[in-house]
Design a protein around this ligand. Structure first.
Ligand code: SAM
Length: 213
């Protein structure tokens, strides 16, 4: 079962932010920001990428799968010289076994899950705006976004998008070449069903390695 990050637990106390028909984008951004208290992802793995990025003095970091933007902020707060590209289509239906979309619908009290994802995209974009040009949120699928970057562009790529076996394999193949020699290619949820088969581990790309996995 996917680790829960269920802001709905917290939702009751924050419901006042979301009442009535006149919900503003700023309300949504605040709701998302405050809901981190109900999310257990930070305790599970946040800090690892932040630490590694800092150690290697990474300047260019990509995250595939941004969700609430909490990890993005955790990484961006590491240093003033990190440029972060977050890629997420905020599109329903990518994996029926992932409870993320229903969590987002509960968070916003939306019956229409796609509308909830649209609101999340806008809220995360607003929350990342404080980093100015250091943070760029691309509403795009991982594979489409990968085509936008030259090979070797990133110091660090973190894969955490669609966790189905087919999608993870495609992500690994698409993003591996985008990491510079001696850069860091990593991801999480290794124990998520399907991922183990993809042999996903953090690893350094050696200068001599080819672009194949
Ligand atoms: C586990 S969440 C990401 C969590 C985030 N990395 C963090 O640590 O806070 C998975 C995210 O992957 C996104 N996703 C689904 N399909 C995707 C795709 N094809 N490309 C990029 N992201 C995708 C989902 O919309 C969701 O926001």
């Amino acid at each position: 079962m996917r680790r829960a990050c269920d802001p709905a637990i917290f939702w009751g106390t924050l419901l006042w932010l979301n009442r009535g028909a006149s919900v503003t984008q700023q309300d949504d951004a605040t709701l998302v920001r405050q809901s981190i208290a109900a999310c257990n992802w930070p305790d599970a793995y946040y800090g690892v990428v932040r630490y590694l990025a800092n150690q290697m003095k990474a300047k260019t970091v990509a995250e595939i799968g941004v969700a609430y933007g909490y990890h993005a902020e955790n990484i961006l707060d590491t240093s003033d010289f990190i440029y972060y590209d977050g890629i997420d289509p905020y599109q329903v239906g990518y994996d029926p076994s992932d409870i993320f979309v229903s969590d987002v619908a509960k968070l916003f009290g939306e019956a229409d899950p796609q509308r909830a994802m649209d609101r999340l995209y806008a809220a995360v974009k607003a929350n990342l705006a404080k980093y100015h040009q250091r943070a760029y949120l691309r509403r795009s699928s991982s594979l489409d976004a990968a085509k936008e970057f030259p090979d070797g562009f990133f110091d660090l790529v973190f894969i955490d998008g669609n966790h189905t076996q087919v999608a993870v394999k495609a992500d690994l193949l698409a993003w591996w070449p985008k990491v510079r020699p001696e850069g860091l290619f990593c991801g999480d949820d290794y124990l998520w069903p399907g991922l183990k088969k993809c042999s996903m581990t953090s690893r350094l790309r050696s200068r001599s390695s080819s672009n194949s996995l």
